[in-house]
Ligand binder design. Structure first.
Ligand SMILES: Cc1cc2nc3c(=O)[nH]c(=O)nc-3n(C[C@H](O)[C@H](O)[C@H](O)COP(=O)(O)OP(=O)(O)OC[C@H]3O[C@@H](n4cnc5c(N)ncnc54)[C@H](O)[C@@H]3O)c2cc1C
Length: 577
């Protein structure tokens, strides 16, 4: 137990940096929630979950870019939380006193810390390792909720400042900058961008290291490593988002896809004690993460952005102990008859093994069948309408193709940020495929114009920058629009290429068939392989339906694993900690 005198001190309230801005910053406004101070009785209760450690004055209790031994409760002394922002000196975020809880979402998932914790004088802490932190969140309902809220708010503040993450050096409209920023944004990882066109230091850096235009953008990782126009996988490895899988471990279940279906299955499976691995080739949230505002998901009467909803689900899955590997693309599914398990082979040749597999790989956006589309993708042609894309189009006219709900949401979202949205619609009106509330909202938005019975005939431009969109009416008349950004929301095809050769049965459109062995079940023709969400043949393509599938599949999963356990063929649970 900490000494009473240190914790009883009124000075134990964490103090914010000395210079408070006149207007309340988000940190000030939610200070008490972000920096909870634990009562003596609470510390006494949770001390069983950790071990005491002492640090001398000046020591780093944890460091940016390094995996911390866990989360911390400060028992005595003072620890300053410092944030490294760009090339500036580290800035003080907060000074913690006795009783303060120190940690961030990175500690929940065992990823490198995004801030430094520096001991000001000798300190004593209770270190709660990653696994026990999850126990704390689950076992201590009220305290766990306070801590979870603090973890999320701290990450939100870091996302706003960009501190602790990598620095991307490159122009705002460079397609690879957008690719990397999109990847980090969608995965909720803070970062910063330095534009050499604006920032002289960034240009000096490029000159000094003789970076050629093809090598841009460069990325400076917190570890000090510099990457030249990296892939998402290389970036994720460098910043510790992606770790190597244990090839010999057999999980109870591997879930392919971290969209709403996969994350729901992960929450239920992990919370019910199954060892759970989730793999996604892109980002958590799937298509739902691309939604500017989901208004028809139960319990959110004012709507919620897809990213916010999915970020909560992602954190929730980690709270219950699901391991999430992003970006890891699954290329093959095989049965290992000898070991009585399944083997997933990844794009990087790593493999993951599990006793059951849940296919939650959803669908991928459709592309327009027009020449030169690829030349404009990434810079001028977009499949998401997030703040990142909207920022590129501020004050401009944009075009959007599509007439479903996702197109409608994107049009309404963009209309708030751009001069005008031209909606290109193949049919005579929006009414056929769009919810009525969205049609009404579009009709009431003065800067959305609808071009019915129209399709895109050609894209014209130079160096990946779109200059003109040529549209064709049903009557065959062409009209050109001087527009630099085109958004495509024209539906999706199932992500099932990776199942080729697996023996999993698909329907005539490539969606996964289920219920062949037991009618109405979510099991495929291969016992122990299940399919949920948009990828499942006949599913309702909605977030709620995907989440429902995710919850339902876990009951079937338990039945399958119990049956396997009771059969002589049950595989040993190899490699579990
Ligand atoms: C812009 C937009 C707006 C929408 N708005 C709404 C709305 O307001 N309300 C609503 O109810 N629905 C909405 N939808 C539909 C909803 O998002 C989907 O029905 C839902 O996301 C389906 O969830 P899922 O988990 O089945 O699949 P997905 O969301 O498609 O997720 C599948 C995941 O699997 C991953 N994956 C695919 N292949 C592999 C592989 N080989 N290896 C590893 N990972 C892989 C993908 O990267 C993806 O993250 C919208 C869709 C879009 C595109």
């Amino acid at each position: 137990m900490p000494s009473k005198s240190s914790l009883d001190s009124p000075a134990s309230e964490p103090t914010l940096r000395a210079m408070r801005p006149a207007a309340q910053s988000p940190i000030d406004a939610r200070h008490a929630e972000m920096f909870p101070v634990l009562a003596l009785s609470e510390i006494g209760r949770i001390s069983r979950l950790g071990e005491r450690r002492a640090y001398p004055a000046g020591a780093r209790v944890f460091s940016t870019g390094e995996i911390a031994p866990g989360a911390f409760v400060l028992l005595s002394g003072q620890v300053d939380i410092m944030q490294r922002v760009g090339d500036r000196d580290a800035e003080l975020i907060v000074s913690h006193g006795p009783g303060s809880f120190m940690g961030e979402l990175a500690q929940l998932s065992g990823r490198p810390a995004l801030v430094d914790g520096v001991a000001r004088g000798p300190v004593e802490v209770l270190v709660i390792p990653q696994r026990r932190l999850r126990d704390l969140l689950v076992e201590e309902a009220e305290l766990g909720e306070r801590i979870m809220r603090a973890l999320i708010l701290r990450r939100v503040a870091l996302l706003r400042s960009g501190g602790g993450g990598p620095i991307i050096v490159g122009g705002a409209d460079n397609a690879d900058v957008l690719r990397l920023e999109g990847f980090l944004n969608r995965n909720g990882h803070p970062h910063q961008r330095l534009d050499p066109g604006i920032d002289a230091c960034a240009q000096t850096l490029i000159d000094r290291f003789h970076i050629t235009p093809r090598e841009l953008p460069i990325v400076l990782c917190p570890s000090g490593e510099m990457l030249r126009n990296p892939s998402e996988v290389a970036l994720a490895r460098c910043i510790g988002l992606l770790v190597t899988l244990e090839p010999d471990r057999i999980y109870d279940v591997a879930i392919v896809g971290a969209g709403p279906a996969g994350l729901a299955a992960a929450v239920y499976a992990a919370s019910e004690g199954l060892s759970t691995l989730v793999l996604d080739c892109r980002a958590f949230g799937g298509q739902a993460g691309a939604s500017a505002r989901i208004e028809n998901y139960l319990g959110f009467p004012t709507g919620i952005t897809g990213t916010a909803l999915m970020a909560r689900a992602y954190t929730q899955a980690q709270k219950f102990g699901a391991e999430v590997a992003i970006p890891d693309e699954v290329r093959r599914l095989d049965v290992e008859s000898g070991a009585g398990c399944f083997r997933l082979t990844l794009a990087n040749a790593e493999r993951a093994r599990s006793r059951a597999v849940i296919i939650a790989s959803g669908a991928r956006y459709r592309r327009l069948d027009i020449p030169d589309l690829a030349a404009f993708e990434g810079s001028s042609v977009h499949y998401w309408a997030s703040p990142l894309e909207a920022q590129l189009c501020v004050g401009q006219e944009v075009a959007l193709v599509g007439a479903g709900n996702s197109a409608g949401q994107a049009a309404v979202y963009l209309a708030d940020r751009v001069a005008k949205v031209w909606m290109i619609v193949r049919g005579p009106s929006l009414a056929a495929r769009m919810s009525r509330y969205l049609v009404e909202r579009i009709m009431a938005t003065p800067n959305i114009a609808i071009l019915p019975d129209t399709s895109v005939a050609a894209l014209e431009g130079k160096d990946g920058i779109l200059q003109t969109i040529r549209c064709r009416s049903l009557a065959g008349e062409d009209r050109s629009y001087s527009i630099h950004h085109l958004f495509l929301f024209i539906g999706a095809d199932p992500n099932t290429d990776w199942l080729a050769g697996s023996g999993v049965a698909l329907d005539d459109k490539g969606f996964v068939s289920t219920g062949r062995n037991v009618q109405g079940s979510l099991e495929t023709n291969l016992p122990g392989v299940f399919a949920i969400g948009d990828v499942r043949s006949g599913s309702v393509k909605r977030v709620a339906a995907a989440v429902g599938d995710g919850a339902q599949v876990v009951a079937a999963l338990h039945r399958f694993l119990q049956k396997a356990d009771s059969s002589a063929m049950a595989p040993a649970r190899v490699g579990e900690p």
